[in-house]
Design a protein around this ligand. Structure first.
Ligand code: 4HQ
Length: 250
């Protein structure tokens, strides 16, 4: 059975507790498809005040995470950087390469990951040079720490480890809609607030349903995310108001 071991280094280990107990991730942990150990960085602090940050050289606001505890934590969990290292070490950071589904698939194929969560203004650059294999960003916005990005990585990889989802078809990008946005979904009742579920979905014609879904996925992707189709799109295509819900029409 495939499995993945993830070590998390953080100043807020308690943030991960309900997350790791709940839903798809909780199930993946429970059945042993992923194993997650969360480590308090302060355990690697050197002084009795358990200091992990210091003022930035050159001045400026906030604090920087000091290198000694971080490098010691990472090397304790992954070994020294290089070919013999036992885990792939990821720092969550807005300076990182943007994470996408292909990136998650690469991470899920590893045996061991160490996810390093920064706080404050970030980590001393020497930590990155000496001990980090890869910096990853979950998007172009600023959070207060790497914990929520690390949870995004864990949730994203958990559903890719074989056997985690009840329905293996709903995982990954193997399906025909790979790389496209999913079109609309409906459940009962057939009429709600005067809005009707499209007839084809209730027809029982599986081929027609598949064709309808594929077309809606292509149309939605072309309108909202032409970049996913390798098309640039224009500013007006991305921003023009459309009729209907305030989102877009068919
Ligand atoms: N961070 N994707 C850690 C992020 C972020 C992101 C902000 C990470 C502050 C210290 N991480 N620092 N976006 O906003 O990964």
């Amino acid at each position: 059975m495939a499995s993945l071991r993830v070590d998390v280094v953080t100043l807020f280990p308690e943030l991960f507790e309900p997350f790791l107990r709940t839903s798809v991730v909780g199930r993946a942990v429970e059945v042993g498809r992923i194993e997650v150990a969360v480590h308090d960085l302060r355990g690697w602090a050197h002084d009795r005040h358990r200091t992990v940050d210091d003022t930035p050289y050159g001045g400026g606001p906030g604090m920087v995470m000091k290198p000694e505890p971080l490098v010691e934590a990472i090397e304790a969990l992954a070994g020294p950087r290089g070919p013999g290292r036992s885990a792939h070490v990821v720092l969550l950071s807005p300076q990182g390469r943007r994470l996408d589904q292909a990136g998650l698939e690469r991470l899920a194929a590893r045996e061991r990951l160490v996810l390093v969560c920064g706080r404050y203004e970030g980590v001393d650059q020497r930590v990155i040079e000496l001990a980090v294999d890869e910096e990853l960003s979950i998007g172009d916005y600023v959070l207060s720490g790497g914990e929520v990005p690390a949870m995004a990585v864990i949730e994203g990889v958990a559903r890719l480890v074989p056997g985690v989802l009840g329905n293996p078809e709903s995982a990954g990008t193997e399906s025909f809609q790979a790389g496209l946005l999913e079109g609309p979904q409906y459940t009962r009742p057939p009429v709600f607030a005067g809005l009707v579920v499209p007839e084809v979905l209730r027809s029982g014609d599986h081929a027609a349903v598949a064709e309808w879904r594929a077309r809606r996925a292509r149309e939605l992707t072309r309108r909202r995310r032409p970049d996913l189709l390798g098309e640039a799109g224009t500013e007006s295509e991305r921003t023009a108001p459309t009729s209907g819900s305030g989102e877009d029409e068919s």
